[in-house]
Unconditional design. Structure first.
Length: 224
């Protein structure tokens, strides 16, 4: 037992409480449920079209490249096009996300491998849990579907975002996360990614790829 635990234990003993008392638990529950909302910027608000337009603008302002495709079947061809025009190898590392697995990768010349990156992959693709319109940010959940290593180790990161998952603000992302996963089964890690990795720590010179991918290409799927 640490000194902290001992002190808190003595306080509980002196008060004659265990922490399991119904009134105390109810008070805590009400405080959590009725907590006032913080200030939410107006920038990301609006209907679906407005949120999508704001997300694209902010993502490009953060030096990500953004394209839209009609549906998921067009994603492999778009990634293949990007790699070809950038003179990059036709290789791609992805996780086991069912949305990515359902796409027609075999219709391209891409060599696709599955599973976490070991640091030797030049290109990686992930499917975003959601996107934040107000800042052009992507929200990615860790797990076998989308291994976190793909977010950071490849030089070139492709992220697929479904238009219906473009939300107004960070608060909406957390609300959707709680609703979709539920208590006790939340992902271990949520990565918020805004643009390619960068740093200006050394002589205030901007360097891309300092702590992760030097290129971020976002493919928005309008239908799905």
């Amino acid at each position: 037992m640490s000194a902290r635990d001992e002190i808190l234990g003595n306080i509980r003993a002196s008060l004659g409480v265990t922490g399991e008392e119904a009134p105390r638990r109810l008070e805590v529950k009400e405080r959590l449920e009725l907590a006032p909302a913080g200030v939410i910027p107006a920038r990301g608000q609006g209907d679906a079209a407005a949120r999508l337009a704001t997300f694209k603008f902010e993502a490009e302002r953060a030096q990500a490249s953004v394209v839209e495709v009609a549906d998921g079947s067009e994603v492999p061809a778009e990634i293949a096009r990007y790699l070809r025009e950038a003179n990059l190898p036709a290789t791609l590392r992805t996780g086991e996300d069912p949305r990515l697995l359902a796409m027609p990768w075999r219709e391209t010349a891409l060599e696709v491998t599955r599973g976490p990156s070991d640091g030797h992959d030049l290109n990686g693709a992930s499917a975003a849990f959601a996107a934040v319109a107000e800042s052009g940010t992507l929200a990615l959940c860790s797990g076998p579907d989308n291994p976190t290593t793909i977010n950071f180790l490849p030089d070139n990161h492709f992220v697929v975002v479904f238009a219906g998952d473009v939300l107004a603000d960070y608060e909406s992302v957390w609300g959707e996360l709680r609703a979709r996963y539920g208590k006790g089964v939340m992902p271990r890690t949520i990565n918020f990614i805004t643009g390619p990795s960068r740093s200006a720590d050394i002589e205030q010179t901007l360097l891309l790829g300092a702590h992760g991918p030097r290129r971020l290409h976002i493919v928005i799927v309008r239908d799905g």
